[in-house]
Design a protein around this ligand. Structure first.
Ligand code: SF4
Length: 438
């Protein structure tokens, strides 16, 4: 039996793409392995959003050259966002000649034909489509979990934030038909899935490309009616498209989880303008206020970029101040990395590395202290946990997520994996809660 492995870089969209690719590979007779050395087919599903992820892919491809020399029948394939931009693709095609198959984010449905061509000719195959075809059947997926599932609701992005390569790599925003999304969710519920996460670069603007447009809150409303689905999540949201209707739906719909990931990126209006984010700090804080008012106990998480071109100490202090006011429960903090081809990469006033490192450290210190204080305040409360698995270091300890997306560890049996369990919180760090089953 031939074996395959997929190494996925980047976001949940890529993870879900890898689940679709698994379906085709298993249909072609491959079985999954965790071990690179055992694999007959190695796929790197790449990300281009940060320079770091790109370097990791190129480093891994360099290492795979030796494996291919030892095992000439090994097939090495590369897919994902990096392949949608000419420069990175050309580097791989020209300098990593041991790569057999290259395909883009819009060619996942074509993979059976791509494999066929490779097996017929034995020649390298390059398949890059620029336009998204939404005729695909999204139920053709080997999911990584038996109780939690991703559902793509939209692809691409129209926002052109000045630092971001996604609109160039993933293309213009396009929404899936609501009927297909609802059907997919219904099938998942029938199969016993308890939680779905709706995916899109900007789910808040869902529907605008449809022939009969519906808006995101209406889609949530329909999904909330499906029996058996206990939890509905979504990501990512753009603050400029977060409507009062969505906030109202969050407060009303009982299966929609009390967690909102709302990337702020900066607390300075001047920097937000240079980022082309199309909202101000005050508008963002107003959304925070409305969400906290409409959804009691809601957890807010965010993304923040430190060291955007032109960021002064005063701009950075505005970000620190916003973080204190918003009291985020979690967040992803990034050091700005220029992405060739984006407007920000051409901006002057790139901030020196040592200044950025210092600001980054001050920011994470502040954020981690807030997480810790908020997590400690949860000690003594009872929270519903969807059990994901056992701890990597101790199989007698289970791990799972609350509706607010907090990670919880508690003692329990592996038979509880996939179940919703009430857990009393007994301890806290900045990133995890500990507890015991009630
Ligand atoms: S909203 Fe902005 S940051 Fe998000 S994917 Fe679109 S362009 Fe990139």
């Amino acid at each position: 039996m031939k074996k395959y492995i997929i190494q996925t870089y980047g976001c949940q969209m890529n993870e879900h793409d890898s689940e679709k690719i698994s379906y085709t590979l298993e249909g072609a007779g491959y079985t999954y392995t965790d071990h690179l050395e055992e694999a007959d087919f190695i796929l790197l599903n790449t990300c281009i959003v940060r320079e770091n992820a790109e370097h990791k892919v190129l480093g891994q491809l360099g290492a795979l050259k030796h494996l291919k020399q030892k095992k000439p029948d090994l097939i090495i394939a590369v897919s994902g966002c990096m392949m949608q931009t000419g420069k990175a693709r050309d580097i791989i095609r020209d300098k990593y000649r041991h790569v057999d198959i290259i395909f883009g984010t819009k060619n996942i449905d074509d993979l059976p034909y791509i494999l066929n061509e490779y097996f017929q000719t034995g020649e390298p195959v390059l398949a890059i489509e620029e336009e998204m075809d939404l005729g695909e059947d999204e139920t053709h997926v080997i999911r990584g979990s038996k109780h939690k599932a991703y559902i793509s609701i939209a692809y691409g992005c129209d926002n052109y934030c000045s630092y971001c390569i996604v609109p160039y790599a993933r293309g213009r925003e396009i929404s899936r038909e609501p009927g297909r999304i609802i059907e997919e969710a219904r099938i998942l519920a029938e199969e016993g899935y308890k939680e779905i996460t709706l995916l899109g670069q900007n789910v808040n603007s869902y529907g605008k490309t449809l022939r009969y447009p519906i808006r995101f809150p209406e889609l949530l409303e329909e999904l909330n009616k499906i029996d058996g689905l206990s939890r509905i999540r979504f990501m990512t949201s753009h603050p400029k498209d977060l409507s009062d209707e969505l906030i109202d739906a969050m407060g009303r719909l009982d299966h929609v989880c009390e967690h909102f990931h709302l990337p702020v990126q900066s607390g300075s209006d001047a920097i937000l303008k240079r980022m082309n984010r199309k909202y101000t700090r005050d508008q963002y804080m107003e959304l925070v206020r409305k969400l906290r008012e409409a959804v009691p106990g809601i957890a807010l998480s965010t993304d923040i970029i430190v060291g955007f071109p032109g960021e002064t100490e005063a701009d950075f202090l505005q970000t620190l101040d916003l973080v204190k006011q918003a009291e985020f429960d979690a967040g992803f903090t990034f050091i700005y990395s220029p992405r060739p081809g984006t407007p920000a990469a051409r901006m002057e006033e790139q901030v020196p590395k040592e200044i950025v490192s210092d600001r980054f450290q001050r920011l994470v210190d502040e954020m981690y202290a807030i997480y810790l204080r908020k997590n400690r305040a949860r000690i003594g409360t009872t929270m519903e946990v969807l059990v994901d698995g056992t701890s990597k270091t101790d199989t007698a300890v289970l791990t799972g997520r609350t509706r607010t997306h907090h990670l919880v560890h508690f003692p329990g049996e592996p038979t509880m994996i996939g179940q919703l369990v009430d857990v009393r919180i007994t301890g806290a760090t900045s990133f995890t809660l500990e507890g015991e089953q009630v």
